[in-house]
Design a protein around this ligand. Structure first.
Ligand code: LLP
Length: 435
């Protein structure tokens, strides 16, 4: 149903020739984000969860064009910082579509959100520690509060992104009801929240269901009167995001409608007037993005064939940080070389220009034998790609192009060497100081 398109778009499904000409115009490394695919992903989520409020976890991709697309598709915004909130506001999300999730929030962020709440009183702040409530109260915040719970179970593609169960996030499950009642005495408590982790695949759905079941149980507990406390009328149970997408070529996509059915079943029965909410990030943007990079070096060694490219871990950190797999497709383009599908397939190491051994997108990866000048597309790069890019090795961050109806539009210019030093202030040279 709906206009959600296929459950996943593989890197080889992109128009290779189109991508190559975009690379020719805008140079590499270059992110390309297909907004039509973002729209399809939003539609699939809304179709699978028609009765839930879908909140886009902005951290996966905060580009303005993406935010506007997601907003137009009817999703709300879940923001992790003042910066994300600022971007969401600028992209036109109304106050009632804004959620700020405070994790050990810096004072500056709380000042900012308190200020925003004065103009947008319908925004919701999600807190994972009672300390945060005190700090909000000190600033005069008296608006909507959602309580983040540590559900005691987690899931995710890597231990570094498995949040459920990690003490850092949320109020321990067995104290959550008491904490909610304390909070409700001072604030308008409108929801409860938990997030299992990021990149949940089909094998981890049991843990996710367990989390959902616990949240349903907590919602029912809060709806009951307790000793000396009234029931709390919450509006929603937010079970977080984390829906995985298949990075490996042969991995099956999540059966989202089945996940949605299992979720509804596990959370039931929700008290009257309490709705479900989800906050996917990766699922919305991951397969809508590719990173284009050009081959500049081909080096046969006794053990492996090293293919050097102009993108590195500064542009796409996930392989170096999580050993994450990203599919790669050789789009060709090298002068005088046959089309990639006419070349032999060779196992290669694809490595970037940064002086760390971890700066490799793949090892022992079969590719249509790359030649100097070829453009490679690194797939499923739309989530946590540009977002985690950095300037290590004094590398300007890449440019980004958005595709709408196949038409490319530059949405983030490439950084320059001047950008690298723009925040530095001139200091007397050490030698001058000593004199
Ligand atoms: N809600 C909360 C409270 C979160 O912390 C996150 C992600 C999400 C929702 C969205 O999760 P998603 O649907 O995108 O899985 N940089 C890592 C992922 C970190 C995710 C952090 N929190 C990566 O590249 O895999």
């Amino acid at each position: 149903a709906g206009d959600g398109g296929p459950a996943v778009r593989r890197v080889c499904d992109w128009d290779g020739e189109g991508l190559r000409s975009i690379a020719a115009v805008h140079d590499t490394p270059l992110y390309v984000q297909d907004l039509d695919r973002v729209r399809e992903n939003c539609a699939r989520l809304r179709d699978a969860f028609p009765d839930a409020d879908v909140r886009y976890a902005v951290k996966a991709h905060t580009g303005r064009a993406v935010l506007e697309t997601v907003r137009d598709a009817g999703l709300a915004a879940e923001c992790a910082s003042a910066g994300e909130l600022d971007r969401a506001l600028a992209a036109g999300f109304g106050g009632d579509r804004l959620h700020y999730t405070a994790v050990n929030p810096p004072a500056r962020d709380l000042d900012y959100v308190t200020g925003v709440a004065e103009a947008e009183p319908d925004l919701t702040v999600t807190v994972g520690a009672l300390d945060t409530l005190d700090r909000l109260a000190e600033r005069g915040y008296d608006g909507r509060i959602c309580l983040r719970v540590n559900p005691g179970v987690g899931a995710g593609h890597h231990e570094k992104v498995t949040t459920g169960g990690a003490a850092k996030f949320g109020i321990p499950y067995d104290r959550a009801a008491t904490a909610a009642r304390e909070a409700a005495a001072r604030f308008d408590v409108v929801g409860i929240h938990a997030h299992a982790g990021s990149g949940i695949d089909s094998d981890q759905l049991d843990s996710h269901r367990e989390l959902v079941a616990r949240m349903g149980e907590l919602a029912r507990t809060l709806a009951e009167p307790a000793a000396e406390a009234d029931p709390i009328d919450i509006e929603y149970v937010d079970i977080g995001g984390g829906f995985g997408v298949p990075y490996e070529e042969d991995a099956a996509p999540l059966d989202l409608p089945a996940v949605a059915d299992a979720t509804r079943e596990a959370v039931a029965p929700l008290p009257e007037g309490v709705d479900l909410a989800i906050e996917p990030g990766r699922y919305v943007v991951a397969d809508a993005g590719v990173l284009l990079t050009r081959v500049n070096t081909v080096k046969p060694t006794p053990d492996e064939r090293v293919v050097g490219v102009d993108a590195g871990m500064t542009d796409l950190l996930r392989p170096a940080m999580y050993d994450a797999y990203h599919p790669i497709c050789n789009l060709g383009g090298a002068d005088g070389e046959p089309a990639p599908d006419e070349r032999p397939t060779t196992p290669v190491t694809v490595a970037g220009p940064i002086c760390e051994t971890g700066d490799a997108f793949a090892t022992d990866r079969p590719l249509a034998d790359p030649a100097r000048g070829d453009v490679l597309a690194v797939g499923i790069a739309g989530a946590y790609g540009y977002e985690m890019a950095n300037q290590y090795n004094s590398r300007p961050r890449p440019a980004e192009v958005a595709l709408v109806g196949g038409t490319a539009r530059l949405v983030r210019r490439r950084e320059t060497l001047v950008d690298l030093t723009a925040v530095e202030r001139e200091q007397p040279r050490a030698t001058d100081r000593d004199a």
